[in-house]
Design a protein around this ligand. Structure first.
Ligand SMILES: NC(=O)C1=CN([C@@H]2O[C@H](COP(=O)(O)OP(=O)(O)OC[C@H]3O[C@@H](n4cnc5c(N)ncnc54)[C@H](OP(=O)(O)O)[C@@H]3O)[C@@H](O)[C@H]2O)C=CC1
Ligand SMILES: CC(=O)[C@@H](O)[C@H](O)COP(=O)(O)O
Ligand SMILES: [Mn+2]
Length: 380
């Protein structure tokens, strides 16, 4: 029996993690959860899973739930996320919270020796060097949940890092794959949220449409698999059936395939190095699919991908700026304050204005994250 603490329980990855726990009650138990502002869903989860600890984003919501569930321990805010991440009865932390708010809790959980199943890619983008250093120092496994990284992780089982020629991350192209830049000028939030293959949270769906999701994933892959950016490529694959691939020096390519269902990589991270059946997941029927398509990535069309490669290669605090600017810009787009193409303009301005700090500490990362958010807000 593995005991889980789950950050971001009310989100897309969070609720799918609960599906896995529900499907395998003799394998997993849930000790602690964090939620944001979706208190109605939090109530239902508390009744069904009876976690011992619940962290809530806001103080007021925390007090409301406390009055309703007097036997459960409640906490709130950033400290609450940390308490949940390090909850002593949990063996494994599933980090499915959104954004760089997940960084500090992840570092603390690593210090406490928790196995980390990481969906929260912003944490690895904003401070991958700190997360990897801490994981190595504390001998803590960092298990990828993101579908592309899970695919690569699965393809690498039994393989040696020295034999890797390159990673090939697949990209669906998102909601606007076939739009020209001219057509992108007036797209709506509703159109952007209509991902062709995956049902995901709002922020990552916009990131998919701008191709920033793939940019964040390139940086995430750099840290998780210890490879230079020159060995990480992106290939447009509109069906999202091949979740990613590894090419080896002998020219062999190993790919992982499946229907687009995040429960598969979530469960693999929870059962690794074992596997369990997943009856609720649809089997891949390649004969009925017939054809798979691949195209080279157009870097002029998808500018955010170029920004991410550039920020990743420059290193230091640049990825922190990339991530923070993107978080603010996407939130502004979702709130209807800016147009879609202004997301990339704001990110470009933030990157251009930034004076790089090399090997930033946690305090420096937090400070640069805050400053970048303020700077981008000042441009809105
Ligand atoms: N969805 C997917 O298929 C995939 C997601 N990922 C990554 O996983 C992470 C989560 O994505 P996803 O599940 O789509 O996101 P969602 O927006 O669906 O969920 C985010 C979760 O985080 C909580 N949350 C948001 N902000 C805060 C905050 N400031 N403090 C505390 N809790 C907060 C939300 O709470 P509430 O809703 O209660 O407000 C919710 O539980 C992201 O990093 C994403 O890039 C990676 C691969 C695939
Ligand atoms: C499910 C998942 O891992 C997402 O990150 C997904 O990859 C988004 O797809 P695209 O970014 O390729 O559109
Ligand atoms: Mn992904």
């Amino acid at each position: 029996m593995k005991t889980i603490s789950l950050l971001g329980a009310t989100g897309s990855i969070g609720t799918q993690t609960l599906d896995i726990i529900r499907e395998h009650p003799s394998e997993f138990t849930l000790a602690a959860i964090s939620v944001g502002k979706n208190i109605d869903l939090a109530r239902k989860m508390i009744i069904e899973f009876q976690p011992e600890l619940v962290s809530v984003q806001d103080y007021h919501d925390c007090n409301t739930l406390k009055a309703e569930f007097p036997t459960i321990k409640f906490t709130f805010g950033q400290e609450g996320l940390i308490e949940t991440a390090v909850y002593d009865k949990a063996d494994i932390l599933v980090n499915a919270v959104l954004g760089s708010v997940g960084l500090h809790p992840t570092l603390q959980a690593i210090e406490c020796g928790k196995v980390i199943a990481i969906a929260n890619k912003e944490t690895l983008v904003t401070a991958g060097h700190l997360v990897i250093e801490a994981a190595q120092k504390n001998n803590v496994p960092l298990l990828p949940v993101d579908s592309e990284h899970s695919a690569i992780f699965q393809a690498l089982q039994g393989e040696k890092e020295k034999n890797i020629e390159r990673l090939i991350l697949t990209a669906s192209g998102g909601s606007f794959r076939d739009f020209t830049r001219q057509e992108l000028k007036n797209v709506t939030v509703e159109q952007a949220l209509n991902h062709p293959n995956w049902s995901m949270g709002a922020k990552i769906t916009i990131d998919s449409a701008s191709m920033m999701n793939k940019g964040l994933e390139v940086i995430e892959a750099h840290w998780l698999f210890n490879l230079p950016y020159e060995k990480i490529d992106v290939l447009l694959h509109k069906e999202s059936i091949i979740h990613s691939m590894v090419e080896f020096h002998d020219s062999s390519i190993i790919a992982q395939l499946g229907t687009p269902d995040m429960r598969v990589p979530i469960q693999y991270a929870l059962t690794y190095p074992d596997r369990l059946p997943l009856r609720s997941s649809k089997r891949l029927d390649l004969a009925s699919i017939g054809k798979l398509h691949f195209e080279e990535m157009d870097m002029a069309r998808f500018r955010c991908l170029g920004f991410a490669y550039e920020a990743g290669k420059k290193g230091g605090s640049m990825p922190t700026v990339l991530n923070a600017a993107n978080e603010v810009a996407v939130a502004a787009f979702l709130e209807g304050k800016i147009r879609f193409l202004q997301i990339e303009d704001l990110i470009e301005k933030a990157l251009t204005a930034h004076q790089i700090t090399t090997h930033p500490s946690l305090t420096a990362i937090q400070e640069i994250d805050k400053e970048t958010r303020e700077y981008v807000h000042s441009l809105l």
